[in-house]
Every structure is written in C-alpha cells, then in structure tokens.
Design a protein around this ligand. Structure first.
Ligand SMILES: NC(=O)c1ccc[n+]([C@@H]2O[C@H](COP(=O)([O-])OP(=O)(O)OC[C@H]3O[C@@H](n4cnc5c(N)ncnc54)[C@H](OP(=O)(O)O)[C@@H]3O)[C@@H](O)[C@H]2O)c1
Length: 309
C-alpha cells in the first residue's frame, strides 16, 4: 500500500510516499481504508529526529496518529462496528504513527458524523482526545471560566468548542488576524504575549478558574499567576511544566494520562447537533506532504492540517 514514510531523519524533504506492507487488525482493533488523516506537530518532530533519543523509531517509519475512513477489517473481540462503516479514530499511541497511509489500524474510534467531511473527520480524533483529556483534568464544566493559550491551532480550536459545549466561558489567545476566527468558535479572543494578564483581567473580571496551554510558548509563569495556582493549569506542549508545578498531560510514555477516547463519541454527537466542527487549515495529498510539514513547522496553521488519499 502507499504510505507516507521517511528512511532517515531530517527536513521535510526526507518524506517519501513508499510502497509498504499493509497492516492488519489484531484483537480489539479495526482497519480502515483511509480517506483522510491528520498531521500533528509531533509527526514533524518524529521526522526531524528531535525525539530520536526519547523514542527511537524503526525506519522507514509510517507517520500519522489519526484518520477517518471505511472499515474493512474488524479484529477479534470487537463489537458494534462492521466492514463498510464510516469511522474516525486514533492509532495505538505506542505505535507513534501508521495513519498517513492507504490502510490504517485504529485502536479507538467513533462513527463519522455526516456533519463532518472526510477531511474534517480525518483530522479530528487526535485533537479531540487531547482536548478532552486536558479539559477533564481541569474539571471544566458548566460555569468554568477558562483561558486557552493558543486557541487558533489544531488542538486549541477543538478545545474551545468542547469547553463551550460543557458550559464554560472561554477566553482564547491568538494572533490578531485570527480573532474573528476564534470568536466564531465560541471564545472571546485576545492576543498572546506581554500584557496578557491585564487583557484577560479586563475580559474576565471575576478571574479565570482554569488555564489550558496549547502553545508551549514559555508563558506558564503568567498562566499560573492568572489561574492563581499551578494545579489549575494544564499544558499539552510545555516540556518545562514541572519547574512551575504544572501538569503536562500526554497519552503515552512515562507519567502518561489514560487516553480520553470517550471524547470521540461526544464530539461526533456535538457535530451532529451543529455544535462542533474541525476547521481545516489546509489539505494536501500524500505526495505533497512535505509542504504540509513545512506549514505545520511555521507554528501558525489556522486549525488542522490534513492529508487526503
Ligand atoms: N501532549 C499531548 O497529548 C499533545 C497532543 C497534541 C499536540 N500536542 C502539542 O501541542 C502543541 C499544539 O499542537 P497543535 O496541533 O494545536 O499545533 P498547531 O496546530 O501547529 O498550533 C499552532 C497554533 O499555535 C498558535 N501560536 C503560535 N505561537 C503562539 C504563542 N506564542 N502563543 C499562543 N499561541 C501561539 C498559532 O496561533 P496564531 O497563528 O494565531 O499565532 C497557531 O494557530 C504542539 O506542541 C503539539 O506537539 C501535545
């Protein structure tokens, strides 16, 4: 099958579409014929070699953590899904990839809602799982006043909508050119960077109860000040979180939190009600994946970058 791979660590130009052996659905897994799959910044770091000491890969490696497609194999013990069903889901996080390909094995999934296009569904699952895990940890619910740092990116756009659907009031940071976009997702937008405390105080006069950092831009000391306590802050992206007593949530590796896969069905139901969507920054073919990686590496994609088959 065709798959997006790399055989040596390096810049986006090392990516190649190669013919690789098809995976099959083992126990508890399903296989899909992929229609679209997601690109996350972690894919770029795996490719560049930045993670090579932490997570050495067996090269060539097939990239991609999430996908949407049509089920064509159902593993032993799996119930409630049949060949021909349309689903979106995530790979086993321990595999560190496998979704940017003609066929992908999923470890968790939900029915694809009609309200999401293949592109939107293909880029949904990983960010929905991540946002749900972080919002759960912060106990975001009705009446929570939440600040999201980095609200215009892949995870941020999803987190804004899921938090608003829980009944939270959300302030989201983004570049000025993204403020109308972020407001459309359900957050009050403001700019990140110096003066954030004053801007947030003006927008949330009662203060914020919780902060989700989706940017990892080094603002944790300010975010802890705003929340009033480090245990009211969760980051998905700041590797120095421990220095500030902040929890860095991840779904794999030492100290991982359990994957919040129940979030997939929640997001699918919200999409069916017109209360959740996946803003797609851009879609690329596997053959143009190097351009997709370069866009991700700008750090300023608006929403999710998707690869289509
Ligand atoms: N721990 C986990 O489980 C987990 C899971 C998924 C992702 N992550 C990590 O979380 C981070 C975000 O992932 P993503 O997929 O959302 O990335 P992304 O789509 O590339 O996010 C880019 C967004 O970050 C915003 N941004 C850039 N600089 C910023 C700053 N200084 N302050 C606030 N926002 C800023 C940009 O907004 P503007 O264009 O408006 O500037 C852009 O919209 C990445 O580091 C990723 O590796 C972790």
């Amino acid at each position: 099958m065709r798959a997006l791979t790399f055989s040596e660590y390096g810049p986006a130009s090392v990516l190649e579409v190669a013919d690789v052996v098809e995976p099959h659905a083992g126990p508890g897994r399903i296989r899909v014929a992929v229609r679209a799959s997601g690109l996350t910044p972690a894919d770029c770091r795996l490719r560049s070699g930045r993670f090579r000491d932490m997570v050495p890969l067996h090269l060539p490696h097939v990239l991609g953590m999430d996908a949407a497609g049509v089920v064509d194999e159902v593993g032993a013990g799996v119930t409630g899904v049949r060949p021909g069903d349309e689903v979106f889901g995530i790979v086993d996080v321990a595999e560190l990839g496998g979704a940017n390909a003609e066929y992908a094995v999923l470890a968790a999934w939900a029915p694809k809602p009609d309200a999401l296009t293949w592109e939107q569904a293909g880029g949904a699952a990983g960010n929905v799982e991540t946002a749900t895990r972080a919002l759960d940890r912060l106990k975001v619910g009705t009446g929570t006043s939440l600040l999201i740092e980095g609200a215009a990116g892949g995870v941020g756009t999803v987190a804004v909508q899921l938090a608003a659907a829980r009944g939270a009031t959300v302030v989201g940071t983004a570049g000025a050119h993204n403020h109308t976009f972020v407001a459309g997702l359900g957050a009050t937008p403001t700019t990140y960077g110096p003066g954030l405390s004053e801007r947030v105080a003006a927008l949330a006069p009662g203060g914020v109860d919780a902060v989700l950092d989706c940017a990892g831009s080094g603002s944790l000391p300010d975010l802890v000040d705003l929340a009033g306590s480090p245990d009211r802050v969760v980051t998905i992206a700041d590797m120095n979180a421990g220095e500030y007593g902040v929890h860095h949530t991840r779904s794999a590796g030492p100290g991982a939190d359990p994957p919040a896969v129940e979030g997939l069905a929640v997001a699918a139901a919200l999409a069916g009600q017109g209360r959740f969507t996946v803003p797609v920054a851009a879609a690329f073919t596997l053959e143009n994946a190097a351009a997709a990686h370069r866009l991700s590496e700008t750090g300023h994609a608006r929403g999710k970058i998707v690869l289509i088959l």
